[in-house]
Write a protein that binds this ligand. Structure first.
Ligand SMILES: C=C(O[C@@H]1C=C(C(=O)O)C=C[C@H]1O)C(=O)O
Length: 188
């Protein structure tokens, strides 16, 4: 039975030290750069995948839409993975508002998204992923063993009628109480 997740967890249920990171509406990339040395993006996959069960409704994917453009990366400090990010969009968006999605390379997607004032962002949703969720499994496969549950957030970026769903999984042993909260930043 494919696993879905409950993306309506209240922020208050997340660990206190993680809440500012989960709720930051500015660029997560910029927050990571401000708090960790030698930030870099390790591209894991840029291609086509079948959307997860709990993604189909968010992008209103038609039942026949079996593949979406997908980008999966690790946001790292030096060699240390910080965040596993998974972004998907429909094929039609690649010819429209997210035509640069497939050409971001090792540049953080946020550099493109937050540079365009016409791109808007939805509210943030949060979820405590457990080991059955495909994103937990991908994060562990890419970044090594993690806690049995990982906190993730997701939101939709809008460019005209095109939508890009961005999900970020925070890797546990990096975000500890000793890490300062993200600097205040302009909201989208
Ligand atoms: C949306 C942003 O871009 C970040 C970079 C990503 C990438 O390079 O694929 C994906 C998600 C984000 O963590 C951001 O910086 O907030």
């Amino acid at each position: 039975m494919p696993h879905t997740a409950f993306w309506h967890s209240p922020l208050i249920s997340a660990p206190r030290f993680l809440r500012p990171w989960l709720s930051e509406r500015g660029s997560l990339t910029q927050c990571l750069i401000a708090h960790f040395p030698q930030f870099n993006v390790r591209v894991l996959q840029q291609g086509w995948q079948t959307p997860h069960l709990d993604e189909r409704a968010v992008l209103h994917l038609p039942r026949r839409q079996m593949r979406v453009a997908t980008r999966e990366v690790l946001l790292c400090s030096k060699e240390k993975p910080l965040v596993f990010a998974h972004s998907i969009t429909m094929r039609s968006s690649l010819r429209g508002g997210f035509h640069l999605f497939g050409r971001s390379g090792s540049r953080p997607l946020g550099a493109l998204l937050f540079a365009d004032p016409t791109i808007r962002r939805s509210h943030l949703s949060w979820c405590k992923l457990n080991r059955r969720h495909p994103l937990w499994q991908k994060a562990v496969a890419a970044a090594g063993p993690q806690a049995a549950t990982l906190w993730a957030r997701r939101s939709v970026f809008f460019s005209g009628n095109d939508q890009l769903l961005v999900t970020e999984v925070f890797l546990t042993d990096v975000f500890t109480p000793s890490i300062l909260t993200p600097a205040a930043s302009a909201s989208k």
